[in-house]
Design a protein around this ligand. Sequence first.
Ligand code: 13P
Length: 255
Amino acid sequence: MSRIPLIAGNWKMHKTLSATRTLLAELNQAVSDVEGVEVAVAPPFTALAVAAEALRGSAIRVGAQNMHESEEGAFTGEISPVMLTDIGTNFVILGHSERRALFGEDDELVGRKVNTALAHDLVPYLCCGETQQEREANETMSVVSRQLRAGLAGVPADQAAGMVLAYEPVWAIGTGLTATPAQAQEVHASIRALLADRFDDATAQAIRIQYGGSVKPGNAAELMAQPDIDGALVGGASLDAASFAGIVRASGAAR
Ligand code: 13P
């Protein structure tokens, strides 16, 4: 089964409206001739509508970085799935390690958000990953497995097949430390085995598993050449059109 690589930029808390317009105009141009790679961006909430407008007619997909689990209600400061689809959002990143570590999101909450996203035709990009301490204690797969089993609770196989997972070792996020291709592949293969166990082989083969953590133009090709790495979730390097486009190109060439 061949899975088209998916390169997504998680802009985190960066970019004003004018910076969004500039970056997307540059990016649209920079990747317009690239084939065989799907490209996506997740700007901050304030720039989502402008991004969706700027990318109308483009193949680049637009997503949010988080979402509330309910459709509406008295939840000051939160954004609902209905608001996201209303402005043309295609996907939503859920369970990012920064949400878990800095904003107290637990596995069960992430699972409820995944189900809400699916109910609203938003593609969940479900994130998982271990800390440095957990890796050193040989707990990588027990942590990832716990996060994914809770994150996928109640999700039927036919809906799971359209989802995206992102393996982002916490120690590699924003640190310049990247998992080696072999380290990442080992976890990705274990995740695919977990998916086959949780769903079935065909579903496990259909789900794209991105790697995230200091992906740059210079290391993207060797990561994407691994059989179970189906794309990248890119933080810092997605804030600049040339470096993000460099990752997109390198990924297309590697598959
Ligand atoms: P960096 O690419 O900046 O390490 O961030 C990765 C990430 O957290 C993407 O979601």
